[in-house]
Design a protein around this ligand. Structure first.
Ligand code: BGC
Length: 769
């Protein structure tokens, strides 16, 4: 991607030449909570930034409780379930138009951390447990926002996966896990969409705060991925400001007044912070500030009706049909049918999460009123609240709900997580919804066999009652237009087309982090490694409640004719994959086609399969389309920690295609050859067995093993052995060989009591380099 700041960087560099040390330090810390400092003397403007990510939250006064009315879109777990990058771009563009109309230059989102545990407090603000899905959705969102001249801030970089002790917690993980799970979504979004800023996380990563981490902020972000924007601290994430500048943290937010400004000035004066480094960090911030200020559209106006309609469309694409026995949905809404709407969420929906992302919605729709409007006839639609705002029920509320359910043709129970259960700032302690919701569903199903449950929650939950309900919709936190969208789905005006972007486990004990989540006492150990989400359930062969990628439709789809561009490729080539998808039902629908890659014989412990590509395709009844994907070499690679780069092991890879991670009817394989064969260097610490497979080392292998075994196994024994003796001899040979093979070669010197000398070893090593 070309550098969007080239012109502004040149201007920024000129300005930096004219700035005093004080002015430079001033610019690097915010002016209060949401703006950067101006430098009037040089005509440097200030810019305004605010949350994000699913709506604009611009404070009207000093308190965040009062913010401008804005369109509240579904939160990220809902957006993730659309698997629709085009829609994501439209959401981004709408958000940016609201920013422009409110004089906001930078939106603090999207949030793209991985859902390591379903208990993560901010899961509702993140897209998925999969980096590829997340990265593509984030890139589209960024392109949408930035296409309208407003910047984004990709957050929270990096490995920020729990809320507990979030300002200090240390995420301990191995390099492969970092590279394969926690970084790729950032990498994809940055290389494809070049966000104007990246927000560094509160936490430490392997002992170093993200806000002062040169590996993350300089080496990976800028050098490896070519990030051109600025890094802003999460609000209050700065610890040692000078270390931050040295590592590449441009902007401290919120501003710290003189506190950190002074430290920067002192460090420069004392020679601890080179002026050249300070200049670089100031210039890259300034370039974005200049661009953002010049991208202002002071005349911009927003059509909130249009945005509400878009929010309804998006919510409709994010609601997942998880179960639909006897085709109970869409509802048969014949004139005589009576519907029971049960549960307070039907009238007072839970539609967004709490914390910094909380939007003041321009309006709110609820499913009750929307269904009344669509179906007409209030006598057909009954309502019972069933529980209070905390999800607590009473015998009389249950009785009322049961009576209504019995007197109706279909009961629709609205359940999920109340506000107090899910928020930024803390993790959930259980996967359960409130006891009152469970009891309500039980009570209703006893009276009404045709029961639908509509869920409102931001992250995975358990469902002990799932076998007793006929239909189930995961509504997520649907945003302000969710009521209309739920009505659209229930009545069939919209055909569900969303799929899970995160696994729903049967129980907490089945989850990848069941032994400890969140990490306690400021330390979190990512012991499950690369096995999060479906990667874990696949590996352990655990059947989840609903798998990653799963979701039903009112129609059906059939897959056929999976074909690969070539039966074998080099690890430097791409691979084209084609597949046919047909709508085999009676109504138009959209299918999310998923492609996973599986390595047949990996040399490191790899997931059973990994999502590498997906697309959403609209099909009329009977229509068939060919979908094509192009896989890149990286799609076959693992992160090779010895060589510190992505590597492909030559061999067979399976290409699996279908409509869910657990339903992949088509499979083909490709042979991948490596152009350059990886030959690990042999050293004194290499094991004897490493010589056996090494192109030059193999010439010395038997000489090395012979040092330990002597002639014992090669000389013919003059005495004929009994079969029993022969077995014992073979056994001894085998354990001796295992012993020798796993021994580092330098040990041969001591074991041979010096007959094999250090000099001899060095001579061999010189010949195998
Ligand atoms: C959150 C960020 C948010 C920032 C500004 C922080 O506490 O972690 O996601 O953008 O506040 O509100």
């Amino acid at each position: 991607m070309s550098d969007p700041f080239t012109y502004y960087k040149a201007r920024a560099r000129e300005l930096v030449l004219q700035m005093t040390l004080e002015e430079k330090a001033l610019l690097l810390s915010g002016n209060g909570s949401w703006t950067t400092h101006k430098v009037e003397r040089l005509g440097i403007p200030s810019i305004y930034m605010t949350d994000g990510p699913h709506g604009l939250r611009k404070a009207l006064g000093p308190s965040m409780a009062d913010s401008v009315p804005a369109t509240c879109f579904p939160t990220a777990s809902a957006l993730g379930s659309t698997w629709n990058t085009q829609l994501m771009e439209q959401v981004g563009a709408a958000l940016a138009r609201e920013c422009q109309a409110n004089d906001v230059q930078l939106l603090l989102g999207p949030g793209i951390n991985m859902k390591r545990s379903p208990l993560g407090g901010r899961n509702f603000e993140y897209f998925s447990e999969d980096p590829v899905l997340t990265g593509h959705l984030a890139a589209a969102y960024i392109q949408g926002v930035q296409g309208e001249g407003v910047g984004t801030s990709l957050k929270h970089f990096a490995v920020n996966n729990q809320e507990f002790e979030r300002m200090v917690s240390n995420s301990n993980l191995d390099e492969r896990t970092l590279r394969e799970i926690y970084l790729p979504a950032f990498e994809l979004a940055i290389t494809q969409a070049q966000p104007w800023s990246v927000m560094c996380a509160y936490n430490k990563v392997n002992g170093v705060y993200a806000s002062e981490n040169p590996l993350l902020l300089e080496q990976i972000l800028r050098e490896e991925w070519g990030f051109e924007g600025f890094v802003v601290s999460d609000w209050g994430a700065v610890h040692d400001r000078v270390r931050g500048v040295l590592a590449g943290l441009n902007l401290e937010m919120p501003g710290s007044g003189e506190v950190n400004r002074k430290k920067i000035i002192e460090a420069v004066n004392a020679g601890r912070l080179p002026m050249s480094r300070l200049d670089e960090v100031v210039a890259s911030l300034l370039a974005v500030v200049l661009k953002a200020a010049e991208s202002r559209k002071p005349q911009a106006r927003v059509d909130l009706d249009q945005h509400h309609a878009l929010a309804r469309q998006v919510a409709g694409e994010s609601i997942i049909l998880l179960k639909n026995e006897d085709h109970l949905l869409p509802l048969d809404v014949g004139a005589k049918k009576k519907l029971a709407l049960i549960g307070a969420f039907a009238k007072e929906p839970r539609y967004q999460g709490a914390g910094s992302s909380q939007v003041n919605p321009s309006r709110i729709s609820n499913a009750h009123d929307e269904l009344l409007e669509l179906l007409g006839g209030s006598e057909r639609i009954g309502y019972a609240s069933g529980y209070d705002t905390e999800g607590v029920t009473t015998p009389s509320l249950l009785e009322e709900a049961q009576r209504l359910a019995r007197d109706s043709d279909v009961a629709i129970v609205f359940a999920g997580l109340p506000d107090s259960h899910e928020s930024e700032g803390f993790d959930r302690s259980s996967l359960d919804i409130p006891e009152g919701h469970h009891r309500l569903i039980d009570t209703v199903t006893q009276a009404q066999p045709n029961t639908v449950v509509v869920l409102m929650n931001g992250s995975a939950i358990t469902m002990p009652w799932v076998g007793r309900v006929k239909a189930l919709l995961e509504g997520w936190l649907t945003g302000q237009a969710g009521g209309g969208a739920i009505a659209d789905i229930l009545t069939g005006r919209v055909n569900p087309s969303a799929k899970l972007a995160e696994t729903f486990p049967q129980r907490l004990e089945d989850t990848p982090t069941a032994t400890e989540f969140p990490g306690l006492n400021q330390e979190t150990y990512y012991g499950e490694g690369v096995f999060i989400g479906y990667r874990y359930y696949d590996k352990k062969d655990i059947t989840p409640l609903f798998p990653f990628g799963f979701g039903l439709s009112y129609t059906t789809f059939a897959y056929s004719e999976l074909s690969l561009g070539s039966p074998s490729i080099k690890d430097t080539d791409g691979l084209t994959v084609r597949v046919k998808v047909k709508n085999t039902g009676k109504v138009a629908g959209k299918e999310i086609v998923q492609l996973y890659v599986r390595e047949d014989r990996p040399v490191v412990s790899r997931p059973e399969k990994e999502l590498k590509a997906f697309t959403k395709v609209a099909l009329d009844p009977g229509e068939e389309k060919t979908v094509s994907f192009t896989l890149k070499p990286r799609d076959f690679a693992y992160y090779d920690t010895a060589r510190r780069r992505w590597s492909v092991t030559p061999g067979r890879f399976d290409i699996l295609v279908g409509g869910s991670s657990r339903e992949l009817p088509l499979r083909q394989h490709v042979q991948v050859e490596t152009a350059e064969v990886a030959v690990p260097a042999l050293t004194r610490h290499s094991m004897v067995k490493e010589f056996k497979n090494h192109p030059k080392g193999k010439a010395f292998y038997s000489r090395l093993t012979h040092i330990i075994t002597g002639d014992a196994f090669t000389k013919q024994n003059p005495v004929k052995l009994t079969p029993q003796e022969e077995r014992a001899r073979k056994k001894a040979e085998m354990s001796t060989m295992v012993f020798v093979n796993d021994m580092p070669v330098y040990k041969l010197v001591a074991f041979s009591e010096g007959k094999f000398t250090d000099q001899m070893l060095d001579d061999i090593l010189a010949q195998v380099q």
